[in-house]
Design a protein around this ligand. Structure first.
Ligand code: 4NP
Length: 158
């Protein structure tokens, strides 16, 4: 089972949005992938997502209500197959926390960033949902290609 972890600063806006979108879209795509999210900072541990993220997600059919913020732990780098940062600041923070035998963190959007919407208006939260959908679609395409490769090699070996 592939396990993916999405990480932002507070774990109340960006990464819970990506977690909620990924849960729905991976299930829709028929992919058995485990997803979770965390923050590099602990300011909001135990709290539900920001009300503006809950609203923006719900408007597109994604339920953030059951999620609760947590802080990333060293063991996460060993438990998850891939660890995705929402921006370069959080990527740097993750690199500093990574144990020597842990997975290398990467940017969720490849070369791009999901901007922090916390101090902005509602449009920033809608943009997070849009970027979450784009990033998850890219991940699904990559995972499908990987499955096809594995299948092709099994056929070749048989
Ligand atoms: P997030 O957004 O990293 O997307 O969850 C933020 C949440 C809280 C704060 C900053 C960003 N904060 O400063 O409390």
């Amino acid at each position: 089972m592939t396990r993916l972890l999405f990480v932002c600063l507070g774990n109340i806006c960006r990464s819970p949005t990506v977690e909620a979108v990924a849960r729905v879209e991976f299930a829709r795509a028929g992919l058995g992938i485990e997803v979770d999210s965390a923050g590099t900072a602990g300011y909001h541990v135990g709290e539900p997502p920001d009300a503006r993220s809950i609203a923006a997600g719900a408007a597109q059919g994604y339920d953030l209500l059951p999620l609760r913020a947590r802080k990333i732990a060293t063991i996460d780098f060993r438990r998850f197959d891939r660890v995705f940062a929402m921006d370069r600041d959080n990527l740097r923070a993750l690199r500093a926390l990574r144990p020597h035998d842990g997975v290398e963190p990467e940017l969720f959007l490849g070369d791009g960033e999901v901007p922090d919407p916390y101090y902005g208006d509602a449009s920033g939260f809608d943009r997070v949902v849009m970027l979450a959908r784009e990033g998850v679609a890219t991940l699904i395409a990559g995972l499908r290609a990987q499955e096809r490769d594995v299948g092709a090699h099994r056929m070749a070996d048989a």
